[in-house]
Design a protein around this ligand. Structure first.
Ligand code: SF4
Ligand code: SF4
Ligand code: SF4
Length: 354
């Protein structure tokens, strides 16, 4: 058996009780926060106030909420109408996925984020410098900056519990076994059996997000009813993975998660090509200026003056007109414009020169 440890999150049996969320806060000694009025914007941002737009007042993961139970309220088959028949609530207990290819870990310049012996991603708090590179590199928006400590925080798969042979606190507290902790290989087998059992009962929308175990299905209710779904493997696999009943986007998960740093080579290539094009264009403009910006496009033989240069009242044919920088001129810009138009009209410029 592999040493990899993770969690299987079966959203089909989550009741939204939030026992897992409370257990996480309790074990990791994060203050529950004091309820504050909505007017306190800082409190709203830190999820310590009543949001008023859902029964879920945590709203999303943060530096002080390492687990968050999402309430996805689908009212009626078409949310744009007043038809409130056939509603359903989807619940999902969310946290760090402990990705096999962890974007946060790959960009961390100090090694504060590291892979544990259990395959999870933990943080050395004393090594984190608060640069926040990891915040932008996580494709799931999980890891968050903690304003109080100046460092980042997220679920650490209860590393301290795992080291003494215990499971995760959140899974231990879950009354429905929606969260199951264990060896990733065992969990994948369990998830596959669960999807097949649900399909056999007519719940054909069940599929796995995190690993491709070969299951396919069709959504049976809600606005996306009839849409085909299938197991999806993201960023090399997720050690904390999910059984879902609707499209990933409905749960706020990317359908095709990609690490931002995977775009580095194409982005660098585009930047180099752009720099080369700009350089050539700049050289061409410089060369054109040096060889005479007023050079006529007509050949010497076909030009009315016979010399390939635009006529200038102030210079002899073939020589460049003397230029006076704007700041050195005593004539106002408006006057210069008038003089130029008079000069041009008085000259015998060919159409290509004007
Ligand atoms: S979900 Fe985000 S924070 Fe967690 S391991 Fe993956 S990239 Fe890192
Ligand atoms: S595994 Fe531990 S740290 Fe992570 S969400 Fe569960 S209780 Fe919190
Ligand atoms: S404890 Fe279990 S049932 Fe309750 S919200 Fe968490 S995952 Fe859902």
């Amino acid at each position: 058996m592999s040493d990899l440890r993770g969690m299987f999150v079966d959203t089909s049996i989550c009741t939204g009780c939030k026992a897992c969320q409370v257990a996480c806060k309790q074990w990791n000694e994060m203050a529950p926060g004091v309820p504050l009025p909505m007017e306190d914007e800082a409190a709203v941002r830190e999820h310590r106030a009543f949001t008023g737009n859902s029964y879920d007042n945590t709203s999303h993961l943060s530096a002080t909420n390492w687990r968050h139970v999402k309430f996805i309220e689908q009212i009626g088959p078409d949310p744009s109408t007043s038809d409130r028949s056939d509603p359903r609530w989807l619940m999902m207990s969310d946290s760090c996925k402990h990705c096999v290819q962890a974007g946060c870990l790959e960009v961390c310049p100090t090694g504060a984020l590291y892979r544990t012996q259990f395959g999870s991603v933990d943080i050395h708090q004393d090594v984190c410098i608060g640069c926040r590179y990891c915040v932008g590199a996580c494709p799931f928006g999980v890891i968050a900056f903690n304003n109080r400590t100046g460092r980042v925080n997220k679920c650490i798969l209860c590393q301290d519990r795992l080291e003494v042979g215990m499971g995760t606190a959140c899974a231990k507290a879950c009354p429905t076994s929606s969260l199951t902790f264990g060896a990733v290989d065992d969990l994948k087998a369990m998830a596959n059996d669960r999807v097949k059992a649900l399909h056999a009962r007519g719940q054909s929308d069940a599929y796995i997000y995190g690993w491709d175990l070969g299951n396919t299905g069709k959504i049976t209710a809600g606005p996306n009813k009839g849409t085909a779904v299938q197991d999806v493997e993201v960023v090399g696999g997720l050690n904390v993975f999910y059984l879902l009943l609707d499209k990933p986007e409905v749960y706020g998960l990317p359908a095709h998660a990609a690490l931002p740093q995977r775009n580095f080579v194409p982005s660098a290539g585009v930047a180099l090509i752009s720099a080369a094009v700009l350089g050539v264009a700049g050289l061409a403009a410089f060369r054109r200026d040096r060889t005479g910006g007023d050079q006529c496009r007509l050949s010497t033989s076909s030009h009315p003056n016979g010399n390939g240069r635009s006529p200038s009242p102030s210079s002899s044919p073939g020589s460049r007109p003397a230029r006076t920088p704007p700041w050195a001129s005593s004539t106002s810009p408006a006057t210069r414009t008038i003089n130029r138009s008079r000069t041009d009209s008085a000259s015998s410029r060919c159409p290509s020169c004007s």
